[in-house]
Design a protein around this ligand. Structure first.
Ligand SMILES: Nc1ncnc2c1ncn2[C@@H]1O[C@H](COP(=O)(O)OP(=O)(O)O)[C@@H](O)[C@H]1O
Ligand SMILES: [Mg+2]
Length: 252
């Protein structure tokens, strides 16, 4: 029988020294779902992303992705599996153009050395990278910035470039770590619109966000974490009225 979920996180626990950053976290991300992971600072959200993307090893628990044991894979294999992510702190390379930064997202599919996507391709590969980059830029409506360097483009565009670098590998699951942080109202609106258009393409999205209002507008299901524990999960309308959630947010 085909499974409803693409990602199944089960009993994931992770400590750093005496600090339990994740305490027995379990939830699923369904196929073609936008799922949000929210919670106050230090709740453990990014740590969970780092475990999913194999940068950290959990102390306990399992993660099933697309019917595979995700914990048996290495970070560099994730792009091929169809998982791509963005980072909480924008990680673009200023020495490269926007176009080249987006192309970097393909490296794991074409060449093993990241910069070879920009500098070491043959004609055929170059054409493929060029066409894919153009297509992603068109989708994100950032074509006019392609030849600029990151420092020359507005903050909201940098965020989209990061998303472009993740999208160019054609992921099945997209992980976004606080994509709305620091955006103004127009940029936030544009991001929401972009998320829906990504979702329309059949990509599952797991999104970390601090702002409850933002996730209420864009997600099908929300997981709320506080101090390493899952304290609520469900529809945005239910979660936002949950006593424990209100308490966790009031305490901030
Ligand atoms: N590599 C690490 N070493 C030690 N402590 C860490 C590390 N990564 C995260 N932490 C700690 O784990 C807790 C959860 O952090 P994090 O996952 O970044 O929270 P969030 O993303 O929800 O704000 C914090 O107390 C943080 O200081
Ligand atoms: Mg974080």
């Amino acid at each position: 029988m085909e499974k409803k979920y693409i990602l199944k996180i089960k009993n994931i626990t992770k400590s750093f020294g005496g600090l339990k950053a994740l305490d027995n976290i379990s939830f699923n991300v369904n196929k073609k779902q936008i799922k949000a992971l929210v919670g106050p600072n230090g709740a453990g959200k990014t740590t969970l992303f780092n475990i999913i993307t194999r940068l950290y090893q959990p102390d306990r628990g399992s993660i099933e992705y697309d019917q595979k044991n995700l914990l048996s894979y290495m970070p560099h294999q994730l792009i091929r599996l169809g998982i791509a992510r963005t980072f909480q702190n924008i990680q673009l390379i200023d020495a490269l153009t926007v176009k080249e930064n987006i192309a970097l997202g393909l490296h794991a599919k074409i060449k093993s050395n990241p910069l070879s996507v920009v500098f070491g391709l043959n004609r055929k590969e170059e054409k493929e990278v060029f066409e894919k980059t153009e297509r992603v830029a068109h989708f994100l409506k950032i074509e006019s910035f392609l030849n600029k360097h990151p420092e020359q483009v507005p903050f909201g565009i940098k965020r989209l470039v990061e998303i472009g670098r993740a999208l160019i590998s054609q992921p099945k699951l997209l992980l976004l770590d606080e994509p709305a942080a620091g955006l103004n109202e127009n940029e936030t609106e544009r991001l929401l619109n972009t998320l829906f258009r990504i979702w329309e393409r059949g990509i599952s999205i797991l999104l970390i966000e601090h702002d409850m209002e933002f996730v209420a507008n864009c997600s099908h299901s929300i997981v709320v974490m506080d101090s390493g524990k899952k304290i609520a999960e469900g529809l945005p309308s239910d979660v936002m009225n949950d006593y424990n959630v209100i308490k966790a947010y009031m305490g901030e």
